[in-house]
Design a protein around this ligand. Structure first.
Ligand code: GLP
Length: 238
């Protein structure tokens, strides 16, 4: 694992965006794993501003809320359109998110894994980290070999994400369909970006703590090609 501490959030974001841009320029048909959350908004803004082409790129998002249709402004499908897809030359048919509205979530999850496999696997996976230690929506005690499936969200996560739901954590969906920890570990390269004081303790547990399903993000220690990009505040516990 390569830990890259940056002096501030701006530089951490810029470095992450530049890494994605570099990989896209080197391999225009990159299979790119995407993440959501406030941290990623500026990464996508920088990617848009870079002018790099997504015309041949295929994307797979980590997760989607169960029960929110793609048109719902709080769905991750809307988030991705708003922050990235509507501003670049990507082919919408090549963008994938788990189907949170599926009647049969088990089938939808298996189908998502099959689509990733059919694309040849994910070249580069972008990750954030939740205060519960989640990557994607792999809440504590997710099996380290788990695959895409639906997960119940912890109160910590629903509180953390309440901002997007008018500050009301009761309005945050109770479940999400998420790539598993095993799905994430199968990707060929990982880059985890974290910023801010609120993430310092969970980043320290993920990077330096024991490998444990109590902190799903600690599983990145098993990956042979992984960068952790941090601003000074998020790196403060290391
Ligand atoms: C959500 C996503 C995670 C993301 C996390 C961090 O919970 N499912 O993939 O890492 O948000 O969010 P933020 O960047 O807003 O702190």
């Amino acid at each position: 694992m390569e830990v890259i501490p940056c002096p501030d959030r701006d530089r951490a974001v810029a470095l992450t965006a530049r890494l994605i841009e570099t990989r896209l320029r080197a391999k225009p048909d990159l299979v790119l794993g995407l993440a959501t959350g406030r941290t990623m908004e500026e990464v996508y803004a920088r990617l848009v501003a870079s002018g790099v082409s997504f015309a041949r790129c295929t994307t797979f998002n980590l997760d989607e809320y169960v029960g929110l249709p793609p048109e719902d402004p709080n769905s991750y499908a809307s988030y991705m359109r708003h922050h990235l897809f509507d501003h670049v030359d990507i082919d919408p048919a090549r963008t994938h998110l788990p189907e949170g509205m599926a009647r049969d979530l088990g089938t939808a999850a298996a189908d998502y894994e099959a689509r990733i496999a059919a694309a040849g696997g994910i070249d580069l996976q972008l990750l954030g980290i939740g205060e519960s230690g989640h990557i994607g929506f792999n809440e504590p005690l997710s099996a380290l070999r788990s695959r895409t499936r639906d997960k119940i969200l912890t109160p910590t996560t629903r509180r953390q994400n309440a901002g997007m739901f008018g500050g009301d954590s009761a309005a945050v969906p109770k479940r999400a369909l998420t790539m598993g920890v095993g799905t994430i570990l199968d990707t060929r390269e990982l880059v985890l970006l974290a910023s801010g004081t609120a993430k310092a303790s969970v980043v320290a547990r993920a990077v330096e703590g024991p490998l444990t399903s109590r902190v799903s993000a600690s599983a990145i220690q098993l990956h042979t090609r992984c960068k952790v990009v941090l601003d000074a505040e998020a790196a403060a516990g290391l």
